[in-house]
Design a protein around this ligand. Structure first.
Ligand code: ZN
Length: 313
């Protein structure tokens, strides 16, 4: 994905190129998709994409639509359906078919983990069906400035909130700015199930929304916070892949993240350029088992460098 760093770093409101980019609608779609998962929505073969439904607890299911779609968590019960995230818009009919196979209840709530299109572009169709969309306040603010705004959340929170739904206490909280500055983590206390969105959880290199308020240190802090709320039995649903990861995998991601951060920061302090740091392959001893995601090691190092370099200034 050699072009990605340039494209993503160009997408900064206030940047002199931003106005120009806003006009170039087609290109903007590409950039918006890259901002989340480095996969271009226009390149996804939606017709060929199937939804896989995995039951993970009574009344709780994960809908997976391949690595490029954000995983949806479904709670279904006597109160109705609650969804966490909505995938890309063209997935809507397939999502509805998958839901029909597990529930005949109406969709009451949709909680977004963060603003990226692979998690929210399906909001519009869900809102039309009556879903009340919930997010962190920062997510809604950022989404409202986008040129192609999906249906905006109607309920926002700042610190945390709890939904009492289908016999569950669903605790929604906002970690330190991590993948973006509007992330939500959704924890079903009774079932001990957590959807963590795109904070580091899968064994792949995570994306950092460096232009959406995300930060390396926030990703590390959030992974630690997840580990204080979760326990060894918690079923942790990542934003992609999965359907479930464990405590141990988050620990492994923390070790990797902390080591790479320190290496890149030391290199920045030693005056190394981005090209030099990427060429030095600071992730090499962690690459095994982490090569199946959309974020390549070079891309990951670029994100870490980009974030740390501007903070070091
Ligand atoms: Zn994302």
């Amino acid at each position: 994905m050699p072009a990605a760093p340039t494209l993503v770093s160009a997408l900064v409101p206030g940047d002199e190129h931003f106005g120009e980019l806003m006009k170039r609608r087609t290109k903007f779609i590409v950039i918006a998709a890259l901002a989340c998962f480095s996969s271009n929505a226009q390149n996804i073969d939606f017709a060929a994409t199937q939804i896989q439904t995995v039951k993970i607890a009574d009344g709780l299911y994960v809908l997976m639509g391949g690595a490029a779609q954000g995983n949806i968590l479904v709670s279904t019960g006597s109160d109705g359906i609650l969804l966490v995230d909505s995938m890309y818009a063209p997935m809507h009919e397939k999502i509805m078919d998958a839901l029909a196979a597990i529930s005949n209840q109406p969709i009451r709530f949709l909680v977004n983990t963060h603003l990226h299109g692979d998690h929210t572009a399906g909001n519009e169709a869900m809102a039309k069906l009556g879903a009340v969309i919930i997010s962190h306040e920062n997510m809604r603010k950022r989404m409202a400035t986008q040129p192609m705004t999906p249906a905006l959340p109607v309920i926002t929170y700042t610190g945390n909130m709890t939904l009492h739904f289908n016999g569950e206490e669903i605790y929604i909280y906002h970690p330190a700015p991590a993948h973006t500055d509007g992330d939500s983590i959704i924890y079903f206390r009774h079932a001990n199930v957590m959807h963590v969105g795109d904070v580091p959880s899968s064994l792949r290199y995570p994306n950092i929304g460096v232009n959406d308020g995300g930060s390396v240190d926030g990703m590390i802090a959030t992974a630690r916070q997840v580990m204080t709320i979760a326990n060894e039995n918690t079923k942790i649903i990542p934003g992609h892949l999965g359907p479930v990861v464990g405590f141990r995998q988050i620990e492994q991601q923390l070790v990797m993240f902390t080591a790479v951060r320190d290496r890149v920061l030391n290199a920045i302090r030693a005056g190394k350029t981005l090209e030099q740091v990427v060429a030095s392959k600071p992730t090499a001893d962690f690459d095994k088992g982490r090569m199946d995601g959309a974020i390549t090691p070079d891309r990951f190092v670029t994100l870490v460098y980009t974030d740390l370099a501007r903070r070091a200034k």
